[in-house]
Ligand binder design. Structure first.
Ligand SMILES: NC(=O)C1=CN([C@@H]2O[C@H](COP(=O)(O)OP(=O)(O)OC[C@H]3O[C@@H](n4cnc5c(N)ncnc54)[C@H](O)[C@@H]3O)[C@@H](O)[C@H]2O)C=CC1
Ligand SMILES: O=C(O)C(=O)COP(=O)(O)O
Length: 310
């Protein structure tokens, strides 16, 4: 099998593929158009999220037998067309779900305890205790939207806390010992914390808008480690200004990819607000990006490809 690696990953992926007798080719710089010209030569590709693997790409990949997506989200792959072309699609949510669970919990506790704000103040020589009085997670209701790999990983991390965990999902029967599945009405009635773990789809783009925010009975903390476009930033800013949203932890931003290279230059108005707000915590899409996940993601792909083809 000739495999084209289009994104860098843990070295074990290349090493173990070589042990399986695969021929590894690495190309981390070509454009999508350049890759499309030679993609017919390969049996497999390994990607993270540098390219969108669309219908055109797949149609040119006439020998393609598998795609290894070294990550969880499949937003950058035309999954239906890959299925139609009988291309085996291996993704690796097993590899980064624990990292996402830990990161989400970390963001929540940091926000509730003003850790980022206080850290900045103390380093500047300001010692304010009352202004940094925290709020405890104990006794709160944590609402998870999208109860799949990532949502479940976050719920698992909450087990040691005295909290009620509820989840909302379009698929029924997903609740488990860590989270009780509820309808959207109850979800909006009870949640003190709302954490998004849905994929980016037609239904989830702009899911967190004004109507959604206003629908909650209590002010709430918002966490988004899913995809940036699930939150309408302008509406989130309105929610933060009105106090309906107590704080937000965002690992992903609406502006990601579209203006990936120059997002700090363009500074959309709403983003400017997020950058200045003391109750907003931003991380650069690293929830699933740990030393351990890098290895686990690669190993998961090797195992799945091996099981299928060797
Ligand atoms: N920030 C990061 O580093 C990472 C982000 N992600 C994001 O997390 C997403 C979720 O990943 P997984 O949990 O592995 O996916 P999954 O497919 O296991 O779970 C997603 C869940 O969302 C539900 N869902 C879909 N549409 C919905 C809707 N409109 N309303 C309510 N529920 C809905 C599905 O039924 C499913 O249960 C990925 O697609 C990716 O966008 C994943 C890994 C790392
Ligand atoms: O696994 C996922 O879905 C992720 O979001 C991880 O980030 P990536 O897009 O692979 O750089």
């Amino acid at each position: 099998m000739k495999v084209l690696h289009l994104d860098t990953n843990h070295q074990l992926l290349i090493e173990q593929f070589a042990e399986l007798g695969f021929e590894n080719h690495e190309d981390y710089t070509s454009t999508k158009e350049q890759v499309e010209e030679k993609i017919h030569l390969y049996d497999g590709i390994i990607i993270r999220s540098r390219f969108t693997i669309d219908q055109q790409f797949l149609d040119k990949a006439t020998n393609l037998k598998f795609i290894g997506r070294v990550g969880a989200g499949l937003e950058n792959i035309d999954v239906e067309h890959a299925k139609f072309k009988k291309v085996f699609l291996a993704s690796a949510p097993e590899g980064n779900r624990n990292a996402v669970g830990e990161h989400t919990l970390g963001m929540l506790l940091s926000l509730m305890n003003n850790m980022c704000k206080a850290n900045r103040q103390v380093k500047k020589g300001t010692w304010k205790r009352e202004a940094n009085r925290g709020v405890e997670l104990d006794g709160k209701t944590v609402g998870i939207i999208g109860y799949g790999n990532m949502g479940k990983a976050f719920a698992k991390k909450l087990r040691g806390f005295d909290v009620e965990v509820i989840c909302y999902d379009i698929v029924g029967g997903v609740g488990d010992e860590n989270a009780r599945q509820v309808g959207i009405m109850e979800f909006q009635q009870r949640s003190d914390v709302v954490s998004l773990h849905v994929p980016e789809t037609e239904q989830t783009v702009g899911m967190v808008n004004m109507e959604f925010i206003e629908g909650f009975h209590k002010p709430f903390w918002l966490l988004n480690t899913a995809r940036g476009k699930c939150v309408m930033t302008k509406d989130l800013v309105k929610g933060l200004k009105s106090g309906k949203v107590l704080g937000a932890g965002l690992d992903v931003l609406e502006y990601e990819k579209k203006s990936f290279e120059n997002m700090f230059v363009q500074k959309p108005k709403a983003f400017k607000y997020l950058r200045k707000a003391k109750n907003v915590l931003l991380t650069p899409h690293v929830a699933g990006w740990t030393v351990e996940s890098k290895e686990k993601l690669a190993q998961t792909i090797v195992d799945k490809v091996k099981e299928r083809f060797c």
